[in-house]
Design a protein around this ligand. Sequence first.
Ligand SMILES: [Zn+2]
Ligand SMILES: [Zn+2]
Length: 131
Amino acid sequence: MVCPDCGDVGLGVDATLAVKPGWMWDEIDVQIIACRACAFRGVATYCESRRGSLDDEAVDHHGYRLPQPLLEVIERRIADCPNKRDETCTCIAHEHLGRSNAGGHFCGLDDAALRDRFVIAYREIVESSPP
Ligand SMILES: [Zn+2]
Ligand SMILES: [Zn+2]
């Protein structure tokens, strides 16, 4: 994945927490993302819908820049979760990051979501060179 800060493709996932997807998605993972080339760390949401035909899979993968103290809290909570792949886990990370609003939409990152959100790209944009 492409780092939003330095553009290196070394952005990887450090930790994943599977949370309750609400009605919009079949799967939502909250991820801690980190760049191997620079100091960037952040949080991402990976949402996947498997309804419809196979080649019609919908994926929504967004990253968020968080203020350092909030990021540290989220990282620590995810690290403490005993069942990261279990969306029915009741630890504080799952309680907090797995929230849905009254309409059944995932809103676990709503306190951070509007701050600085970016689409996660999977490879560098290659400029096409003129012939
Ligand atoms: Zn980077
Ligand atoms: Zn948990």
